[in-house]
Design a protein around this ligand. Structure first.
Ligand SMILES: [Zn+2]
Length: 45
């Protein structure tokens, strides 16, 4: 699982926050889960 720092926008891995839930780059505490872009499915008839 990967997270994105809300402050600096860098990717924070789960290993980085195993000890402390904060961004190792800027120290930001707000992280949100990284979601893969959802590709809209087009119905094929
Ligand atoms: Zn950060």
């Amino acid at each position: 699982m990967e997270y994105i720092c809300y402050s600096c926008g860098k990717i924070v891995t789960e290993e980085d926050i195993v000890k402390r839930v904060r961004c190792p780059y800027c120290g930001g505490k707000v992280l949100f889960k990284k979601r893969p872009e959802i590709v809209k499915k087009v119905k094929a008839r």
